[in-house]
Design a binder for this molecule. Structure first.
Ligand code: ADP
Ligand code: MG
Length: 227
């Protein structure tokens, strides 16, 4: 395992067809996410932030280029192997929480752990700890629709890190929240990242939040550029 990087993107190309037109979204993009760093991805809508996160998180395959995770090239791995890496090494947070509505907050955070083979009691303890850490100790038995938007995102963050991934990929995680709530959720997220030594790549439109992270990149002509 290569300890100087968690995710390395090499020469990533992605093209979409829209009717007659071809859109070259990523044009040979290189980017390295180092251990323990939190990087903001700030770029206008439609420039390829979500595409980049999906490719980095092995949810989508690029047309060309390599995604190296923990020193391991992933392009030739089977879907099952990619799924396994996604399950153990990568956590995702989206703009909309995508929590399972029929389960409690606690159960939503337990589920990925149970799928990963943990004992019920261990999963429950860890879920309880994480939710407490994220400021929700008293809300764990509530279902998502009984929680506020900020609380829902806190549960989604807890779920994303439930299996102690090395990398957190977040796609506008506070984009759906009012400014004050966004700020407090982001603060918790940032604290969690720093306390656990996670690496994180977070797409956001909030320049104030981005300024608090270790590094900022944008997308320009299909490439990642430091700002
Ligand atoms: P961002 O997250 O920065 O707003 P996206 O990565 O979602 O940008 O999309 C970048 C561009 O690629 C947009 O123009 C979008 O319409 C297009 N695009 C994204 N996914 C697809 C797809 N599956 N098929 C066709 N076009 C797509
Ligand atoms: Mg997007």
């Amino acid at each position: 395992m290569n300890l100087s990087e968690t995710i390395r993107l090499e020469g990533i190309q992605r093209r979409y067809r829209q009717g007659e037109a071809e859109l070259d979204i990523l044009r040979g993009l290189d980017f390295t996410l180092h251990p323990g760093e939190a990087v903001a991805l700030v770029a206008p809508s439609g420039t390829g932030k979500s595409t980049l996160l999906h490719i980095a998180g092995l949810l989508e395959r690029p047309d060309a280029g390599e995604v190296v995770i923990g020193g391991r090239p992933t392009s030739k791995l089977s879907d099952a192997e990619r799924t396994q890496i996604r399950r153990t090494d990568i956590g995702f947070v989206y703009q909309f929480h995508h929590l399972l509505p029929e389960f409690s907050a606690l159960e939503n955070v337990m589920l990925p752990q149970l799928i990963n083979g943990l004992e019920r009691r261990e999963a429950q303890n860890r879920a309880q700890d994480l939710l407490g850490w994220l400021g929700l100790p008293d809300r764990v038995q509530h279902r998502p629709n009984e929680l506020s938007g900020g609380e829902q995102q806190r549960v989604a963050i807890a779920r994303a890190v439930a299996n102690a991934p090395r990398v957190l990929l977040a796609d506008e995680p506070t984009g759906n929240l009012d400014v004050v709530t966004a700020d407090s959720v982001f603060e918790s997220l940032f604290r969690l990242i720093k306390a656990t030594g996670l690496s994180a790549l977070i797409a956001t439109h909030n320049l104030d939040l981005a300024s608090r992270m270790d590094r900022r990149i944008t997308l320009r002509d299909g490439l990642a550029v430091e700002t």
